[in-house]
Design a protein around this ligand. Structure first.
Ligand code: SF4
Length: 303
């Protein structure tokens, strides 16, 4: 049986009057790549910030986040060391006034690791940007900035690397290359990956397990092959049909009708009831039951 590295249970996050994450649960096994997938605004990034201990002080959090067997209540000695978060905007994450090699060396020093020139160059070579070691972030393309960030993430040798939409500004080929590199390096360093994405085909290629979020709630979780070949939740089914994994008979992509409930909305019953093509009256009044098939879980009134 897989060893669980991260277990998120009934996580809810409220900021002001907005309940952005609602009773969400999923887990990440040690050594695995797990995707947290869903449309924009589904609460994926706030979940990542909660795991990394980076929520604003105004956020109210309930539920539990267990990391490496212990509840995460303080992130001292964990964030930036055992848990590393890579954000979508590499240009904002990199320090504009330091050369790339200096930024990698700083991460190595902070983590009490070998910060010699040789090791810095080894890390930059591993992501294919050794030639950029003397450059400043603004001298690099978006893809090279992401690679620089990846080398810094790997310098920490984290137990968990959270990659939040890191490929969204890259074209399809570069996104694929970046993910392949990330997964290979994480495997070599023994890091688990939580890969946050709206891109189901990328998740299908690189994640062994997937958790699907809608309106702040994880509605389905399981091995990626099981979820994508036999989705249980109607939202996952539609998400697959809207992605390039599946096309309509005339070759066009489908869209999901309706709009996702906003964090300001008070949701009763299933969060998908206003958009679901197979909803019944009970869906908007009672919480849908949990369906379990092995390690494949989803919540729906229908079996
Ligand atoms: S519980 Fe009802 S509304 Fe929700 S996904 Fe199932 S059928 Fe659709």
């Amino acid at each position: 049986m897989d060893e669980i590295l991260l277990s998120v249970s009934n996580l809810s996050i409220t900021i002001g009057k907005e309940e952005a994450v609602r009773s969400s649960s999923f887990s990440v096994s040690r050594g695995s790549v797990t995707a947290l997938a869903g449309e924009s605004g589904s609460g994926k990034s706030l979940t990542a910030l909660a795991i990394a201990g980076l929520l604003p002080s105004s956020a109210t959090v309930s539920g539990s986040i267990i990391f490496d067997g212990f509840p995460l209540t303080t992130w001292e000695g964990i964030r930036g060391r055992k848990i590393v978060l890579m954000l979508q905007s590499a240009s904002e994450a990199l320090n504009p006034v330091y050369r790339i090699r200096e930024q990698v060396r700083k991460v190595l020093s902070m983590n009490d690791r070998d910060s010699s020139d040789e090791h810095v160059m080894e890390l930059l070579s591993s992501v294919g940007i050794a030639d950029a070691s003397e450059k400043y972030p603004h001298e690099l393309s978006g893809g090279m900035q992401q690679r620089a960030l990846l080398s810094m993430a790997m310098a920490a040798e984290p137990e968990l690397l959270i990659a939040d939409e890191i490929t969204s500004s890259l074209d399809e080929d570069n996104a694929d290359m970046m993910l392949r590199l990330l997964v290979r390096l994480a495997s070599e360093h023994g890091s688990s990956v939580l890969f946050i994405t709206h891109d189901l085909p990328l998740a299908a290629r690189y994640a062994g397990r997937i958790a699907v979020m809608h309106a702040g709630t994880v509605v389905e979780e399981g091995d990626t092959g099981d979820v994508l070949s036999s989705p249980g939740h109607p939202y996952t089914k539609l998400l697959i049909r809207c992605s390039s994994l599946e096309k309509d008979s005339d070759g066009s992509l489908l869209v999901i009708n309706g709009i996702m409930p906003s964090p300001r909305d008070r949701i009763r019953g299933c969060s998908f009831s206003s958009r679901c093509p197979v909803s019944i009256p009970a869906c908007s009044s009672v919480s849908p039951p949990l369906r379990i098939s092995g390690s494949h879980l989803w919540r729906c009134v229908h079996e």
